[in-house]
Design a protein around this ligand. Structure first.
Ligand SMILES: Nc1ncnc2c1ncn2[C@@H]1O[C@H](COP(=O)(O)OP(=O)(O)OP(=O)(O)O)[C@@H](O)[C@H]1O
Length: 188
């Protein structure tokens, strides 16, 4: 199947349904898409393979590369750095797959400064109320984290509403309809 680009960026507030939609897409098209492999400075856990689960790197090296602008996004969680390098996205394409990048608004802005030239897809919840219901319904976050995500989602929604910020806006109300819109945005 032909796709509109080699790289797609999928973004939207936490709880808007990105993972749900991507899971479906990957299961319907198991060989078409790939995710980039992240870098991390944490030590590998037993069974984890370097270059497959993560690119395991040393902190000073990763800091240098982030500084040099080689990363689309990076963040530190409990002392360990994590991030997505531009090259890891290019590697997916070189391996003959369509790269699907699930990133936040800051990541989107960062990708826009690169030569990657993806199509940008925004997954929008039907309303803030429904987003809140879904986030709570998922039951994966503590109250504090739910509130932080809802706060951040306001900025994500504002950015998503800017003309030209995204190539496609998918309102995830009815899942079936949203999934079909996603496929229409991806396949030509
Ligand atoms: N169209 C829909 N109708 C009802 N519930 C939905 C729909 N889409 C997703 N959900 C539910 O909403 C919750 C949030 O969805 P999901 O985890 O896919 O969001 P996400 O955007 O990937 O969030 P995060 O950025 O935090 O990973 C899940 O419990 C999911 O089952």
């Amino acid at each position: 199947m032909q796709t509109a680009a080699k790289i797609f960026v999928i973004s939207g507030p936490s709880g808007s349904g990105k993972s749900t939609l991507l899971k479906r897409l990957f299961s319907e098209y198991p060989t078409t898409f790939g995710f980039s492999i992240s870098h991390t400075t944490r030590k590998p856990r037993p069974g984890e393979v370097n270059g497959k689960d993560y690119h395991f790197v040393e902190k000073p090296d990763m800091e240098k590369e982030v500084e040099a602008g080689k990363f689309i996004e990076s963040a530190t969680f409990s002392g360990n750095m994590y991030g997505t390098s531009i090259k890891s996205v290019e590697d997916v394409v070189e391996a003959g797959k369509v790269c699907m990048l699930d990133i936040d608004m800051q990541g989107v802005q960062s990708v826009k400064k690169t030569q990657l030239n993806p199509k940008y897809i925004f997954v929008q919840p039907p309303s803030l109320e429904i987003l809140e219901q879904r986030l709570r319904g998922r039951g994966t976050e503590k109250e504090e984290a739910v509130l932080a995500r809802l706060e951040a989602s306001k900025r994500e929604l504002e950015y998503g509403a800017l003309p030209g910020a995204y190539d496609h806006v998918i309102v995830n109300d009815d899942l079936e309809t949203a999934y079909n819109s996603l496929k229409n945005a991806i396949f030509v």
